[in-house]
Design a protein around this ligand. Structure first.
Ligand code: SAM
Length: 287
């Protein structure tokens, strides 16, 4: 039986055999630590009837571990040079399908429809760091019929997603992600487990999707506009941020009334406000 793809010596062999050169612009840092891969797989798959959607399989190191434990794996890889490599490395695993597509443009829903015969579905991957946030937000906003997401990402982004009010990492990304899911940082990961080594530390984040949002909002688009505007300049008060970035001077009175109705002191900063308070405020702030 051949060595596992993610073992450093096998990875090196595969890269050399195909004359593969890493593209920094595609966030290519491959994992070469089987222990870490197994921790991701343990958190992603609860039974051998489960399915995985993987983003960015690279040469297939993580995909192989998923394939051994899941019923089905559907993977999206943007880099055409990796498609023939994956065909070879993953040939022992008939339960894997690789789609040569940019996940940001792909119709993930239609791939999910082909997974009706699995129990739970997890979306997972060692994400390309340059598009971590757009990928996560696209998947969350689509309200896909999935149970959870487990991603390796830049540690700083994981901290921001999982942050609570009154912390330096708390911001519009925390609220957006926590509106759709319960985030949990599972572990931090050193640079040494990747080739090539990235410049930043990484972390594995699990997002269990919520059945319903934790707060009632009348209009989600408006709610997220209020949240984003409130954090536009972190050091400014909620009053200044909302007046300058959303409401405008002409609607000053509307802002005064909405803050009053929502029982929020205009001198507070966005970072001190809970999601519940943002929901109350956005529901009152009609102009
Ligand atoms: N899963 C492999 C591993 O852990 O060793 C590779 C992870 S590497 C950090 C990210 C992978 O995502 C690369 O293979 C890269 O080509 C791919 N990728 C980058 N942007 C992508 C996109 N928009 N859609 C799909 N795959 C993408």
């Amino acid at each position: 039986m051949s060595k596992e793809i993610a073992m450093p010596s096998r990875t090196k062999e595969i890269l050399e055999k195909h004359g593969f050169s890493f593209k920094k612009s595609l966030g290519q840092n491959f994992l070469i630590d089987i222990n870490i891969l197994n921790k991701i797989v343990d958190a992603a798959i609860l039974s051998d009837e489960d399915g995985i959607i993987e983003i960015g399989p690279g040469i297939g190191g993580l995909t192989e571990q998923f394939a051994k434990r899941a019923k089905k794996v559907e993977a999206f890889e943007i880099d055409g040079r990796l498609i023939p490599v994956l065909k070879q490395t993953l040939s022992p695993y008939p339960n894997v399908t690789v789609h040569h597509e940019d996940v940001l443009k792909a119709d993930v829903k239609s791939v999910l429809e082909r997974m009706e015969d699995v129990d739970e579905i997890t979306v997972a991957g060692n994400l390309p760091y340059y598009v971590t946030t757009p990928i996560i937000m696209k998947l969350l906003e689509q309200r896909l019929p999935i149970t959870r997401m487990i991603f390796m990402m830049q540690k700083e982004v994981a901290d921001r997603i999982a942050a609570a009010p009154d912390s330096k990492d708390y911001g519009s990304l925390s609220i957006a992600a926590q509106y759709y899911a319960y985030p949990e940082k599972m572990m931090t990961v050193p640079k040494t487990v990747f080739v090539p080594k990235p410049n930043v530390d990484s972390a594995v984040l699990r997002l269990e999707l919520r059945d319903t949002p934790p707060v009632y909002v009348k209009n989600e688009t408006h709610f997220f506009q209020v949240v984003r505007a409130s954090f536009a300049q972190r050091r400014k008060t909620i009053w200044n941020n909302l007046q300058h970035n959303l409401v405008g001077k002409e609607n000053r009175d509307v802002l005064v009334d909405a803050l009053k109705e929502a029982d929020i002191d205009p001198q507070r900063r966005g970072e001190s406000m809970s999601m519940e308070e943002f929901a109350r405020l956005s529901n009152e702030l009609i102009f």
